[in-house]
Design a protein around this ligand. Sequence first.
Ligand code: 28F
Length: 639
Amino acid sequence: MEEMNMNQMPEENNYGDSQIQVLEGLEAVRKRPGMYIGTTSVKGLHHLISEIVDNSIDEALAGFCKNITVTLHSDGSCEVRDDGRGVPAGIHPTVGKPTLEVIYTILHAGGKFGGGGYKIAGGLHGVGASVVNALSKRVEVRNHRDGKGYYIAFERGNVVEDFRETGDTEVHGLHVRFWPDEEIFETVEFDYETVKTRLREQSFLNAGVSITIADERSGQEENFCFEGGIKSFVEFLNHKKGADPIHPVIYVNGEKGSSQAEIALQYNDSITDSILSFANNMHTVDGGTHETGFKVGLTKALNDYGKKYNVFKNDEKLTGDDVREGLSAVISVKLEDAQFESQTKAKLGNSEIRTLVESIVNEKLSVFFEENPETARTIIEKSILAARAREAAKRARELTRRKGLLESSSLPGKLADCNERRMEYTELYLVEGDSAGGTAKDCRDSRFQAILPLRGKILNVEKNRIDRIYSSVQIIPIILALGTGIGSEFDISKLRYGKIIIMADADVDGSHIKTLLLTFFFRHMRPLIDAGHVYAAMPPLYKVYRGKQQRYAFSDEERDMYIEELGGNAQAERYKGLGEMDPDQLWDTTMDPEKRILKRITVEDAVEADALFNVLMGDKVEPRREFIELNAKYANLDT
Ligand code: 28F
């Protein structure tokens, strides 16, 4: 037979009308074993057993085989026996050779790694047999069918003992013994545990089939037979995990066209999930469409149930992660033309399977929940717990991030710091508005006066929520500039300034800012107020002047007093805001320690601010409106 370059092989199974299945001789398999079994490592070695066992499983699924035995012999060979019908003993009609010889010497299309489709249960028998033959230094096949025995032997893919009848027998089924070729594999030593795990998996996936593994080398032997199929698989997963199930196993299945899907699931008291998926009995380690369909269907079914029975708080919603906490599940699909993706060919790609599994899980699970409210409750409550834990964890993460920010030693970018480092001599001005902040930076005495401008409109009484204000871009720079930290971490010994001076306009916005800052200091930096470090700057309300003479008045009474003092046609001019003054005026009136008026904030002031803050921020609309209206009377008309 002519060899064909694998790279030139058509991608799909469109070999034309003759339905050519015979593509190449077994030499191709020996040349490039990776194409057929993925790898020549110990994993590939064990793959040989699976290929032979799969053929017995096919016979079991066809309904003719109950028992499969795998023996690891001391001479390094592996023998697989089934009690099925055995292979038809005649001559293959088109090849003209014994069927058994054809099965073991001719490579069939549609292997797992050669691309194209993959056999499905009850379909092609014996696809992988020739691959195993090609990669074994010897294979002996004993066939028992209709009361007669037959024998054939191969070496490295070639017949060495012709097919022959061996006499009458009561036995039925096929026995295959193979010696893996050390010229091909990195190691030819079978591992009992690996084989056992794979066989146990197969016995779960094929309910009722009895599989025995015997190791002649060590004398170990085990039998697996699970009438419950994948339901038993899920129980096994939970048991292996050492976790306690919290409800009986749930099982749903369905089919569409030639595709079938079955799913078993059971939650346990742990928080990790074990989800195993299979396509045509192949473990799809990388998941794929069947697994995605399952996850989507499960999430939807639980969210729908939660909504229907009003078990969610507010806008609570379960994510995929929430509903998988503590979940053990097995998804098994059977389909024609399975497409396997990813490097390892362990990810199912058929898109129609996603829809099939998703609708089975969503619909049948919803029905199950209606019929089993107790189990439904148990599951949804566990999922909600997971959702709430997730939310709490998220909040904690945000808090640490914020804390990390607060603990960082970097100073805020807008701070114009002073040169003096000794706290007793320094002052920090918290200035409302960038414009007044700029003026203050121009006129300050930078040896001991630091300026931190605060953005205007720091507080929107209508919209802001308390938690948002404290994490706001306005508050964090203050915490950083002061250096003390907040709350239980507050450390006054780290305070960077002796005086913290709030400098805001004498209008509604200014008083809001003062209220917010005082409340903040009171609630989160209380010792700062107790120790008398916090002050309010007192900008003048009026400038009274006559000719070159001028006075600053801090109240209406003072204004009238200065008008009288200067006499004649003395003028009074109202300041609208700090931003209006030039640097000299700001220095003279508000920042020059020789002339300025500072009001030290007492605990009583802070308590009052705190109460006012509650009115401003609270849920009660009436007192807030009253306050705003009352203050509007005193506010500048143009603010
Ligand atoms: C230890 C490995 O390979 N068991 C097998 C059968 C049964 C049939 C079969 C196998 C028929 C026409 C190919 C019997 N009777 N165990 C195995 N058991 N192959 S391999 O048929 C092969 C096909 O071309 C079988 C009726 N139909 C099928």
